[in-house]
Design a protein around this ligand. Structure first.
Ligand SMILES: O=C(CCC(O)(O)[C@H](Cc1ccccc1)NC(=O)c1ccccc1)N[C@@H](Cc1c[nH]c2ccccc12)C(=O)O
Ligand SMILES: [Zn+2]
Length: 548
């Protein structure tokens, strides 16, 4: 979406023209709900409503500048030369078990990315907030939340988070205990927080890369997909074929020829690109593309399924008027991106595709598997929740340049129970070290996705006649499940998301229950493990930082 400025202005002119024409109709009084909805989308043009093109130029140029800083960022280490985020820094964060090396990469990346963005980000927020007023919103956050068509949306997600927090607290306590064994407990603050650079992920958002430090039953079976992929000489194209095969097995169409011709599936060597993965719809019912600096790892195989899930959504609503070719809400698009990975990662499925020799049936292996899933799906929840808590408060003006980083770490300490391994000041701008902030991509969609994907998994597994526990259900090859999913996908954004949710699950609300039920066997085990632990952490960040 990093169009040149004048194409941004041209698009805005077109949107304004179309909105003006549509406003000559009394569309609020239309009888036909679909036509009424279509007109509402024609007149609801967001930032383009502004009469000051300087604001639009600023928004477009600042976003390009900010993502430019992010894609060019590099850290030079005496041992390994100068590395960019993907693949170099990510490989170290994933595989290093040296406290100091992890710290150098963690701090280095923040110095090379977020720290350089603070002033531009302040101007960016100002320009967006000024422009969005012309569409009748108080601030950009209110506009972004309007896509969920739910007046109580902010409260709903807080309630969901509170329902899920007890499960996260138990996982956090177990991981903290095991990491203290690995790195020594004097590297951990008294307050109960875990240093943010030890999770195998640059943002501590998903923890499955340190599964090897956390295995509940080392003797029982557990799956190391990356090793198996390398053993079987997986290459990038094969990863995409494996994902395509899954979607086709539940009755979805294959990827188009245009997809294979036009996608960027590996990092180019001749220029800097935004490597953060994305999926694109060119709205011609044929040209769909993934842009991903793909490498051969388990994480990346999941991201391949994620991006292709977006493409499958595009393919299933390509018959609709273009303004309805969106997710029922942004969380639905992300949920569709992730839904097959709940089946794909099961030991059952790993055996089907030859990445696991035997399907274990013992309860120890079950706990091993559930912990690995929790390290991605449960660990993520506070992170998915807090990003837009920070951003909404910035758009509202409750947080500004004088306390950006203070509020960021307040949220990280309070919700994730993690703390910075080095002193942070307002010279730093740690939110900018996460793609979605310079990329201006809203984030609450991923929190919504991680809730609804379990509601859908439960419903699709029931549709598929699954009799196994939910966490062992694999909808591969099941076209009944695929047809149920397609019913929802084909609606695009032509109906409110509550109708789409009802099409799959029969319910009209988000619910944390399927996620909690999925992890119930693990929760019992974690509580047992944590009997001697003081679970939880202090709401505010530690005042002193243990130094190596
Ligand atoms: O950001 C992404 C994947 C990128 C995306 O597919 O969500 C991409 C983000 C983006 C949006 C706009 C411009 C550029 C990038 N979203 C899309 O491609 C997309 C497609 C259709 C509709 C809306 C967005 N994942 C999140 C978290 C996440 C959710 N599920 C995961 C599974 C595995 C690993 C990470 C995640 C992250 O990395 O923090
Ligand atoms: Zn996505």
């Amino acid at each position: 979406v990093h169009m040149t400025t004048n194409s941004t202005l041209q698009m805005a002119e077109f949107d304004k023209e179309a909105a003006k024409n549509a406003s000559t109709f009394a569309h609020d009084g239309f009888g036909n709900a679909t036509l009424k909805r279509l007109f509402k989308k024609i007149v609801n043009i967001g930032f383009a409503a502004t009469n000051d093109s300087e604001q639009l130029k600023a928004i477009s140029n600042l976003e390009a500048d900010l993502t430019g800083i992010y894609s060019k960022g590099k850290v030079c280490l005496e041992s390994k030369g100068c590395l960019q985020l993907e693949p170099g820094l990510t490989d170290i964060i994933t595989n290093s078990r040296s406290y100091e090396e992890l710290l150098a990469v963690w701090k280095g990346w923040r110095d090379a990315s977020g720290k350089l963005m603070r002033t531009k980000y302040t101007d960016f927020v100002k320009a967006m907030n000024a422009a969005i007023k012309f569409s009748g919103f108080n601030d950009t956050g209110e506009y972004w939340r309007s896509w969920y068509e739910t007046p109580t949306f902010e409260q709903d997600v807080r309630t969901l988070f509170e329902e899920l927090e007890p499960l996260y607290v138990e996982l956090h306590a177990y991981v903290r205990k095991r990491l203290k064994e690995k790195y020594g407990k004097d590297m951990f603050p008294e307050t109960g927080h875990i240093p943010a650079h030890l999770f195998g992920n640059m943002w501590a958002q998903q923890w499955s890369n340190i599964y090897d430090l956390l295995v509940p039953f080392p003797g029982a079976s557990s799956v190391d997909i990356t090793a198996k992929m390398k053993e079987q000489n997986y290459n990038v194209t094969h990863m995409y074929r494996v994902a395509e095969d899954f979607f086709m097995s539940i009755g979805m169409e294959k990827m188009t020829d245009a997809f294979w011709q036009n996608s960027m599936l590996v990092k180019p060597t001749d220029r800097d690109v935004v490597c953060h993965a994305s999926a694109w719809d060119f709205y011609d019912e044929n040209d769909f593309r993934i842009k991903q600096c793909t490498s051969v790892t388990e994480d990346q195989l999941l991201t391949v399924h994620h991006e292709m899930g977006h493409i499958v959504y595009y393919q299933n609503y390509k018959h609709l008027p273009r303004l309805f070719r969106r997710g029922a809400n942004p969380g639905f698009h992300e949920g569709m991106a992730d839904i097959v990975s709940l089946s794909f990662q099961t030991p059952e499925h790993m055996k089907v595709i030859g990445l696991l020799d035997e399907v274990p049936q013992d309860s120890d292996s079950d706990i091993n598997f559930l912990l690995k899933m929790a390290l991605d799906k449960v660990a993520f929840l506070p992170f998915g929740y807090l990003i837009d808590q920070w951003r909404w408060s910035v758009f509202r003006g409750d947080t500004n340049s004088s306390n950006y980083n203070q509020h960021w770490w307040d949220l990280r300490c309070r919700f994730q129970g993690i703390s910075s391994p080095v002193k942070r000041t307002e010279e730093d701008f740690d939110p900018g070290a996460k793609y979605h902030i310079p990329g201006n991509t809203p984030y609450i969609r991923y929190f919504v996705s991680f809730v609804v994907q379990f509601q859908w998994h439960e419903a699709l597994c029931r549709e598929a006649g699954n009799t196994r526990p939910l966490h062992r259900c694999d909808i591969y090859n099941n076209t009944n499940a695929g047809n149920k999913l397609r019913e929802m996908l084909r609606m695009g954004s032509s109906k409110p998301w509550q109708d789409a949710m009802e099409a799959i699950t029969g319910q009209r609300t988000m619910s944390a229950k399927p996620l909690v039920n999925y992890f119930d066997p693990l929760l019992k085990w974690l509580k047992e493990q944590n009997k001697e632990e003081n679970t939880g952490w202090s709401a505010s960040c530690p005042s002193s930082i243990p130094t190596p």
